[in-house]
Design a protein around this ligand. Structure first.
Ligand code: DOR
Length: 420
């Protein structure tokens, strides 16, 4: 057999060493050596399947000052993420098949990695049209207001959920309860969008959804919310690794929705690690100028697509979590939830991989690739990939980008229409 590319001496997560032969973007053989024109020696690295970050805000368009598909996906790739799922709270929001198609074209011309685009869930949105046009999932659906998202009232939410279920789609939900006036500190922000309120919002959303509906809860920030959820559960690196106690009380760079919690609540979230289906970054870049505004007017959001897997790999290195749990939550489970072919080590798997050295470094925001130019994880231990392969193509190696691989992953509504 001939392969397009062979990854030689790959240390698989099981500890076994093997060669991985790839052709047409798919793993064909794992085991003994096979001939190929191009080979990569993977000795000394841990090879992980490429991560699917199912919650990113790539911005672009009128928000290009914050981020765009080129810089956002450069950041993703340098962090071992080979597929990103873009959220629809763009300006304007994604509410029609035409806006969705334009967003996909923008990504196809700029993205460096695989991508999917979700449909916006607001009253009057053409959900069926966007589903047939290839939306991956619905939402994040704002059950509470957040940056560039109006909170939906319960009746509207109920009606939209019924329509999503009729299409056979997945609703991804931003569940929070918001009270009080504009917060002036991180602790105020935590109280105004409390952990208890988040858990109540999760329950309220579930009560509105028709029986048997598939729900995915975005960025749950407390153990109580995770336990309350009867759908798939997503958690972010910022709620796992950061508490508001780590920052000055009015530090806008740590302002995010849901808010960072106190240290005890953060640690408690880790106690639910096994119940968390997916770790996703909620990469939500804002400019340094915007974050220089007073706390009560600064926008909420934290960049994190590039640091997500590296932070988790450092936690593996410290012996806090297993490598297999990182693979499950960053690659296999999100792919399964979304219906994207899985990246991995079996013949037929998508050939997306990232090679990680054993060396922990400290996060230096100036070395990251997001346009926003800052990170709340400065100084945290991380292991960054040195080589990233997308569909068998070397997309990134030792700080240099190779060929762009902007592969679009449409949702099931598109596939079923086009496979008839
Ligand atoms: O903090 C947040 N920022 N939470 C969200 O839900 C949206 C995001 C953004 O788009 O900036």
């Amino acid at each position: 057999m001939n392969a397009d590319i062979v990854l030689r001496n790959v240390r698989l997560p099981s500890g076994r060493e093997a060669d991985i032969a790839i052709s047409d973007g798919v793993v064909r053989h794992v085991g003994a050596p096979v001939h190929a024109d191009e080979t990569i020696d993977c000795s000394g690295y841990t090879c992980l399947p490429g991560a699917v970050d199912m919650h990113v805000h790539m911005r672009g368009g009128v928000q290009a000052g914050k981020e765009g598909w080129r810089t956002g996906t450069a950041s993703a790739v340098a962090g071992g993420v080979t597929v990103v799922v873009d959220q629809p709270n763009t300006v304007p929001p994604i509410t029609t098949p035409e806006i969705l198609a334009a967003r996909i074209r923008e990504a196809e011309s700029e993205a460096l990695c695989g991508f999917a685009v979700n449909a916006g869930v607001v009253a009057g949105a053409d959900l069926a049209g966007m589903w047939s046009a290839g939306a991956m999932a619905f939402g994040e659906t704002f059950a509470a207001p957040s940056s560039y998202g109006e909170g939906l009232d319960p009746e509207t939410l109920r009606e939209l959920f019924c329509r999503i279920q009729a299409l056979g789609g997945l609703a991804t939900v931003h569940a929070e309860e918001v009270s009080g006036t504009a917060p002036r500190t991180l602790a105020d922000h935590d109280s105004a969008r409390s952990g208890a309120g988040e858990a109540r919002a999760v329950q309220a959303v579930q009560a509105l959804a028709p029986a048997g509906m598939r729900l995915h809860f975005c960025h749950l920030s407390t153990a109580a919310s995770v336990r309350a959820a009867r759908g798939t559960v997503e958690a972010t690196p910022h709620h796992l690794f950061l508490s508001h106690e780590m920052f000055d009380e009015d530090e806008t760079h740590a302002r995010v929705n849901p808010p960072l919690r106190d240290e005890r609540t953060r640690r408690d979230l880790w106690s639910c690690w096994d119940m968390i289906d997916v770790v996703a970054s909620d990469h939500a870049p804002h400019t340094l100028q915007e974050k220089a505004l007073p706390f009560d007017t600064a926008p909420s959001g934290i960049p994190g697509v590039e640091t997500m897997v590296p932070l988790l790999m450092a936690a593996v290195h410290r012996g806090e979590i297993t490598l297999s749990s990182v693979i499950e939550k960053t690659s296999w489970r999100p792919a399964e939830i979304l219906g994207i072919p899985r990246a991995g080590f079996e013949p037929g798997d998508r050939a997306d991989f990232a090679l990680y050295p054993d060396e922990v470094v400290r996060i230096d925001p100036s070395a990251l690739h997001s346009k926003c130019g800052w990170s709340p994880f400065e100084g945290f231990g991380a292991i960054f990939p040195e080589v990233v392969i997308i569909r068998g193509t070397q997309a990134y190696a030792h700080g240099e980008y190779g060929e762009a691989c902007p592969i679009w992953y449409p949702g099931k509504g598109f596939s079923s229409l086009n496979n008839k």
